[in-house]
Ligand binder design. Structure first.
Ligand SMILES: Cc1ncc(C[n+]2csc(CCOP(=O)(O)OP(=O)(O)O)c2C)c(N)n1
Ligand SMILES: [Mg+2]
Length: 803
């Protein structure tokens, strides 16, 4: 592939030499960390190691072209890149290996992620954005190969938005869209659908991204012939090359050990992407993996002697060194001196990190031993407790688990004892667990006072005789208000633009707000969500539309692996307030009637999942979410767009609260909890039940994640003493979760006079047609009979057997 003749701006020989020596220093530093890091795993101090060795040189070139405001979306090999930008020190790397839970010491995840997963901090203490244009940014890595690609698309698209949209407050996010999003991916991972989908979408959207493929010919043990058509990713992608007539990519192929060619390639790529907003792919070939893929196994098992030999000769650091000597940039003795000092530096960093990792544990161990000693003195089980104490003393390098395990076990030998020494131990254990558990479990959701569940409810208001309209009109006019109010709001999806979505909830808005803000996309759910995540990471407020809930599974991996885990895996240092809009529950046929809420709520912890019963409630959720900055999924009721609703007069302002139930019908005999489309059936059944004297209370759960944060449902059960949860998910799906919440978390068990029950759809996918719906999903008769049966069991005289 052709490299443009552009060269770097002329610099003096001394500067050039200094730059090269600095790069060599980073290459060696990174390699030394990789070598010592692997040893730390093999000696048992760390659990797993994956490093940058063999891929150093292209990362130095990428770092040189990476500017403030730019974003990386990469994978676990990019240690050298992070070091070159000063975003990762050797000591921090070792803290990552040991999984230090202090975010100051282990800034990549506070020990939550394996080593090799990188990020930078986008957020101030109060949850507001830092100025991302004044720092170099890395979106937080995930382990899933190619999982970084969908997000990359959005990170790049944000530049396009900032360059082309007026009225955006871009101060903290962009300088006229001049930021490049840099993706990295391993050669084998380019086989993933996510990669190919992203490449196509990037070509269509023409966004400033530079994708680097680190090609070492292998994906763990599997060689190229099993990965790429024609065994060559460049050949495979050649149809994407732009030409004079058609837009596309600039494709560059370069050898990973060739320093000058790499520098040239990256400068060229950066210019094209930054200035022209044209995407670039750099295929970096002839890379190696000197220590094998990771600490999970050795590559001698699957690479031939010949290949191993070739890798030795073509190790990029080795060839870089040879080039430095050949060109006379440095003498051998000078490099030897440098290498020696780097070795020492890394050894010291490693030692310090290990000592720092252990220090708090050792301190706590000392206290705990004293407490065990004291408690043992006063206990008839002294010998047993002393044994535990001695076991703990023998652990020279204690981790938190050792402290928890031994202290909790010791308490079992003091059952029934009532000494102050035992009490001291009990309080230590309680405090220790209280302090320690959040280190592993905090920040799944925002914990700031501004979090979504704290946004106060604002009720929809109505004129004395409000207009009655189709539900979709309430939604549409509310979106109109939101787009007016928030210039950073953007909506996109299949058919969302020109026709204003398949149910016309966005009708006319593209005309009003333009093709960038109200956009059609290709049929590619994964990268629709990727666009949303990336743009949300850069301060925009995307609403990504998935046309039908049943198609959300195409993007489920990106939602669960990337979006839902973001706050948790970054220890709150990054946020992506993406709203995912979709429509679901009953309509017709297997793929337009699904309500797989159990599946969703189980794998999307970290997102809010909202199931409004009508379009006014839905509109209120959008309004609430736009005031907050957390990710959410809203499932509109597919069969509700044409149902009549009163038009509120405070569109864009009213807010449906998140985490709060709503009682739709008061009653004394049974509590029926439901959500979404099923509620209309439940309400009908409740009316029919009242005709036979059964007085049902009907509650709308409306937010499934989180469900009823104030614990209001149990108050209804206290009154009715009976509970039925109705939904149209499979048996044991979301309804089981709701029962668990009410019985276990809210403590309803003690108030029940009948067994708590669920009424759900059948386990199979819903059959097509009106009868298909009736016999697949709960219907009015089902609800009536289920409730009647519960009441019959209690009072068979007044409620004799129905059938
Ligand atoms: C979705 C997914 N599948 C499988 C894995 C396990 N895995 C981790 S790395 C890897 C090989 C990746 O090879 P390549 O993309 O060439 O990157 P390299 O490690 O060679 O730099 C595999 C299969 C994973 N992490 N994610
Ligand atoms: Mg590879």
């Amino acid at each position: 592939m052709d490299l443009s003749p552009k060269t770097s701006t002329d610099i003096s020989f001394d500067d050039f030499r200094a730059q090269i020596l600095h790069d060599y220093e980073i290459a060696v530093l990174s390699r030394e960390c990789s070598l010592m890091g692997r040893k730390e795993v093999l000696t048992g101090k760390a659990k797993f190691g994956i490093f940058s060795d063999g891929k150093e040189l292209p990362q130095l070139a990428m770092a040189r072209s990476f500017k403030n405001g730019d974003f990386r979306s990469g994978y676990y090999r990019d240690q050298t890149f992070m070091m070159a930008l000063g975003l990762l020190t050797p000591k921090q790397l070792f803290h990552g290996l040991y999984a230090t839970t202090d975010i100051e010491k282990e800034p990549m995840s506070a020990g939550r992620q394996m080593v090799g997963h990188y990020m930078t901090n986008s957020i101030n203490e109060d949850g507001s954005w830092r100025n991302l244009t004044q720092q170099k940014n890395s979106s937080a890595d995930i382990s899933c190969t190619a999982g970084q690609m969908p997000r990359l698309l959005g990170l790049a698209q944000a530049s396009k938005m900032y360059r082309n949209l007026k009225n955006l407050d871009s101060e903290k996010f962009s300088n006229n869209g001049n930021e490049v999003a840099w993706g990295t991916i391993g050669n084998a991972s380019t086989s993933e659908g996510m990669f190919l989908e992203t490449v196509n979408a990037g070509g269509v959207l023409q966004v400033p991204m530079v994708i680097s493929i680190w090609d070492d010919d292998y994906g763990i043990s599997v060689p190229a012939k099993y990965h790429a058509t024609k065994e060559d990713i460049s050949k495979m992608l050649s149809g994407f090359q732009r030409d004079e007539d058609q837009k596309g990519y600039e494709l560059i192929k370069v050898k990973g050990w060739d320093y000058t060619a790499l520098m040239h390639a990256y400068e060229n790529a950066a210019d094209i992407a930054r200035e022209e907003h044209v995407p670039v792919i750099i295929h970096v070939v002839e890379l190696t993996q000197p220590q094998g893929h990771s600490t999970s196994g050795s590559h001698e098992r699957y690479k031939s002697e010949k290949r191993l030999e070739w890798e030795k000769d073509n190790d990029c650091n080795k060839r870089f060194r040879e080039w430095v000597l050949e060109t006379g940039i440095a003498e051998d003795s000078e490099l030897l001196e440098l290498e020696k000092s780097i070795k020492k530096k890394v050894r010291i960093a490693k030692k310090e990190a290990w000592a720092e990792y252990l220090e708090p544990h050792k301190r706590m161990k000392k206290t705990l031993i004293q407490l065990l000693e004291n408690a043992a003195q006063k206990s008839p089980n002294k010998n047993f407790i002393n044994k535990i104490k001695n076991d703990l003393i023998a652990v020279e390098e204690p981790i938190k688990k050792d402290l928890a395990h031994n202290s909790r076990k010791a308490l079992r030998y003091m059952l029934g004892e009532n000494t102050t020494e035992k009490e001291a131990l009990v309080s230590w254990v309680n405090r220790f667990l209280e302090d320690t558990q959040p280190k592993y479990s905090s920040l799944l959701y925002s914990e700031l006072p501004t979090r979504a569940t704290k946004i106060p409810e604002i009720r929809p208001q109505y004129d004395t005789s409000p207009k009655t309209v189709d539900g979709r009109v309430v939604l549409r006019d509310n979106f109109d208000k939101l787009f007016e109010k928030y210039p950073e709001a953007i909506v996109f999806g299949e058919d969302s633009g020109k026709i204003g979505d398949v149910n016309q909830g966005l009708e006319g808005l593209q005309k009003k707000y333009g093709e960038l803000r109200v956009a059609d996309t290709g049929i590619r759910e994964t990268t629709i969500i990727g666009q949303g995540i990336g743009m949300a990471l850069r301060g925009l407020r995307p609403i990504a539309e998935i046309q039908y809930l049943d198609y959300i599974f195409y993007t489920m991996a990106t939602l669960t692996d990337d979006l839902a885990s973001l706050l948790y895996r970054t220890y709150g240092k990054q946020k992506a307030p993406l709203i995912v809009r979709t429509r679901g529950h009953r309509l017709e046929g297997i793929w337009h009637s699904g309500s797989p809420m159990g599946g969703l709520i189980h794998v999307l912890r970290g997102m809010y999942i909202l199931a409004p019963r009508n379009m006014t409630q839905a509109a209120g959720f959008y309004n609430t979410l736009m005031k907050s900055d957390e990710p959410a999924l809203i499932i509109e009721s597919l069969n509700g767009y044409r149902l009549k609703e009163s038009m509120p007069n405070n569109l864009g302002d009213f807010c449906t609260p998140i985490g709060k139930i709503e009682t739709l019908r008061k009653g004394n005999d049974i509590t029926i909890l439901s959500y979404g489309s099923t509620l209309r059936i439940v309400e009908q059944a409740a009316r029919e039940l009242s005709e036979v004297g059964i007085d049902a209370e009907v509650i709308d759960a409306q937010t499934l994640l989180p469900f009823d944060v104030n614990g209001d449902t149990v108050k209804s059960v206290q009154k009715t003493n009976r509970l039925l949860v109705v939904d149209e998910d499979v048996p044991g799906g979301c309804s089981a979760y709701l029962v668990q919440e009410i019985i276990e978390r809210q403590g309803a068990y003690g108030y029940l006079d009948s067994a708590p029950q669920t009424l759900t759809a059948k386990a199979h996918r819903p059959a097509y047609g009106t009868d298909g719906d009736y016999f697949s999903k709960p219907n009015t008769e089902d609800v009536f009979e289920k409730v009647y049966e519960i009441i019959h069991e209690v009072n068979p005289d007044d409620y004799p057997k129905l059938r």
